[in-house]
Design a protein around this ligand. Structure first.
Ligand code: HEC
Ligand code: HEC
Ligand code: HEC
Length: 238
């Protein structure tokens, strides 16, 4: 009996201590001198630019649901600015898709995507809104475990509460580590918006037949896909 309890305890502590896949990639990242130099430059530029404040055009009836996410500890929730053609779409998607879904795609790892709200994924029924809860984000899971870093994680807390007081050299090192496992340019629109897409199990995340078609055949996404070389306006009309 005793051994069973000990084994059970071991399993349980293992589950609660199991690290996010993103964090283990971050920890294992090797940072060379060249990357450190580049990061130093980026960080300097970042500190020199004043954050832009966007006045709200529409007054929302309810204040937006605020949830803590690792990436937005440093990035604006409207994180995309550079590519004018797609930035508003990317920023709109960030309200219901985790940053990691588009920026963390490790090689040789199979990830699944589910709605994530706090610590538990949500199952949902067919409904008009795909997003089951205003604060739920489509997030990557590896072997059933969320990949993202949660607020209770010690690394999350370190960045949240100590970042500003860290010496510059440590900030550079950490910024390099945080971004080493990430894909700088994100993924193409067609990763999700294509009849042949394999990324999202649309029925499994609650999309009705109609929604599945609307997502896969989305004309705007086809038009703005970064792998498309020419934009054919005629395609919007048929
Ligand atoms: C500790 C602060 C911090 C955290 C946390 C952070 N970033 Fe960054 N990120 C930066 C800085 C600083 C830059 C460089 C300057 C810039 O582009 O704003 C940057 C740049 C980027 C870039 C542009 C690519 C590049 O190398 O310039 C991407 C993409 C990005 N971050 C995504 C993310 C994602 C996704 C997360 C969460 C998994 C994240 N970041 C977490 C500070 C952070
Ligand atoms: C739907 C997919 C998607 C989501 C969700 C997403 N990104 Fe991106 N991100 C991209 C793509 C694609 C690019 C490349 C855009 C380009 O330059 O063509 C990009 C570029 C960036 C850049 C480069 C700078 C810039 O101005 O474009 C940063 C920084 C960034 N993302 C951070 C984030 C953060 C932080 C989040 C979460 C709040 C996030 N992204 C969520 C797809 C996404
Ligand atoms: C990670 C998957 C993913 C990527 C990448 C992605 N989308 Fe989407 N997009 C979705 C999903 C899921 C929906 C459906 C949201 C809903 O109906 O609630 C959607 C909805 C949309 C809509 C319809 C919005 C509405 O409310 O009707 C447009 C337009 C769109 N995406 C454009 C784009 C463009 C342009 C890109 C590339 C810059 C892109 N998407 C990249 C998953 C993605």
């Amino acid at each position: 009996m005793k051994t069973y309890i000990i084994i059970l305890l071991l399993i349980l502590t293992n589950i609660t201590n199991a690290d996010s896949l993103y964090f283990s990639h971050l920890e294992q990242a090797t940072i060379d001198a060249k990357l450190l130099k580049e990061t130093e430059k980026k960080l300097q530029e970042h500190k020199a630019t004043q954050p832009i404040k966007f006045p709200t055009f529409h007054q929302p009836n309810k204040p937006p649901v605020k949830i803590e996410r690792f990436c937005t500890l440093c990035h604006n929730t409207l994180a995309h600015r550079k590519n004018i053609a797609v930035r508003s779409f990317l920023n709109a998607h960030s309200r219901f898709i985790s940053c990691e879904t588009c920026h963390f795609l490790p090689k040789n790892v199979s990830l699944t995507y589910r709605w994530l709200q706090n610590d538990a994924s949500i199952e949902n029924e067919e409904n008009t809104h795909l997003q089951p809860h205003p604060a739920a984000h489509l997030s990557p899971f590896s072997q059933g475990m969320p990949v993202v870093l949660f607020p209770k994680h010690s690394f999350f807390q370190k960045i949240k509460s100590k970042w500003k007081d860290l010496p510059n050299s440590e900030q550079i090192q950490l910024t390099a580590k945080i971004h080493a496992p990430l894909k700088e340019k994100g993924i193409s629109c067609k990763s999700c918006h294509d009849a042949d897409q394999k990324m999202l199990e649309l029925a499994r995340i609650g999309a009705s037949q109609k929604q599945q078609q609307a997502i896969e055949q989305n004309k705007i996404a086809h038009l703005l896909d970064k792998d498309e070389t020419t934009i054919r306006l005629i395609e919007l009309l048929d």
